[in-house]
Design a protein around this ligand. Structure first.
Ligand code: N2P
Length: 347
């Protein structure tokens, strides 16, 4: 037995010492990349990608600030790109190293200037909207037909505790602000008071705030209705006919997630290679096919099947997008939204 353990130990050390290539540390949202693309990149560059995931911007930020391991690339949403820039954590990009940048959609780059003034620190990865995913086995069609965020507070759910919302202050408070007729970026006392009233009603029916396990729990019936990112919902729906998703008529939160190289990155050249690889039209297209989020890569978009381009859950029409609000960087005012979210979570 002793010899067996010794043998295994020596074999493990041998395998570890054989791998001398560079290592790229990537920290991304979960279920947000085609894993085959990672293997292809590793082969092409003779490197190893150490890929870890997170389920919220806040967790990503806490981890990169506290972890001894420095990550090379992270994928913050727009408001968190600004936070990383302000905190001096983001590397200013050398666009000469990103030959595929020309494939990015100029209109979306313009929108990205809202959080990264000169598009100097971040490259859009995917964008999306948030809505409600449900399981037909448990929810009557009339509930879905309301097509409204207010279904979260419906009496039907009384005492059933079958609803989850995302563990994301901006998303949860944002949905309530929109329902009350305000922008998701409004932190005025009236707007927050109105959002609080709505959240107090919803909270009675909410079992947990979660951005990860809800994906399987709506499928297995633990949860009947969940606030969900559009692509995550579509990934689940493609495996289960009982699942559906709608974008509430009041409008929704709109976000863009982005690739950012951290200043502390130990392998910036490889990080540039990875970002440039992800911007290649055929790679960005395959990635979009896999994750089912809307791509900000114009050349990749052109290559998509009509069924994807016409899918209103992936690419909502202009009329709907006009009712959506990009989650913006609010500086210190975000504390007011975070406090309201904490209050609801504690209740
Ligand atoms: C991917 C989550 C999308 C991130 N699983 C929402 N900003």
């Amino acid at each position: 037995m002793k010899y067996r353990i010794l043998f295994l130990l020596i074999a493990a050390l041998f395998i570890m010492s054989c791998h001398k290539g560079p290592v790229l540390y990537i920290f991304n949202w979960s279920d947000y990349i085609d894993p085959e693309l990672i293997s292809e990149f590793e082969k092409q560059h003779g490197c190893k990608v150490k890929y870890s995931t997170y389920d919220s911007n806040e967790n990503m930020l806490t981890k990169i600030k506290s972890s001894r391991q420095s990550f090379d690339i992270v994928f913050p949403s727009g408001d968190h790109v600004s936070i990383l820039i302000e905190a001096g954590l983001a590397e200013k990009l050398d666009m000469n190293k990103l030959s595929n940048y020309a494939h990015m959609d100029p209109l979306l780059l313009e929108k990205a200037r809202d959080f990264d003034t000169n598009n100097a620190y971040s490259i859009p990865y995917f964008w999306g909207v948030t809505g409600l995913m449900y399981n037909r086995k448990y929810i009557a069609p009339e509930m879905v037909e309301q097509n409204s965020w207010t279904v979260i507070g419906d009496k039907f759910f009384d005492g059933r505790r079958k609803i989850t919302m995302l563990d994301d202050a901006r998303e949860v408070v944002g949905a309530a602000l929109i329902t009350a007729g305000y922008s998701v970026n409004d932190t005025s006392p009236e707007a927050l008071e109105a959002a609080k009233k709505i959240l107090d009603v919803w909270d009675v029916n909410i079992t947990q705030f979660d951005s990860e396990s809800y994906k399987n729990e709506v499928a297995d019936g633990t949860t009947w209705l969940a606030q969900a990112y559009n692509g995550d919902a579509l990934q689940q729906m493609s495996e289960n006919q009982d699942l559906g998703f709608f974008l509430p008529k009041e409008g929704s939160n709109l976000w863009m997630d982005n690739m950012v190289i951290l200043k502390s990155s130990q392998n910036k050249d490889l990080a540039y290679e990875f970002i440039n690889f992800m911007m290649k039209p055929e790679v960005a297209k395959r990635n979009a096919d896999y994750v089912q989020y809307p791509t900000p890569n114009a050349s990749a978009y052109q290559q998509l099947d009509a069924s994807e381009k016409d899918n209103k859950i992936i690419y909502p029409d202009e009329e709907y997008l006009e009712k959506c609000h990009m989650i913006r960087f609010l500086g210190n005012d975000v504390v007011k939204i975070n406090d309201l979210f904490e209050y609801i979570k504690m209740n």
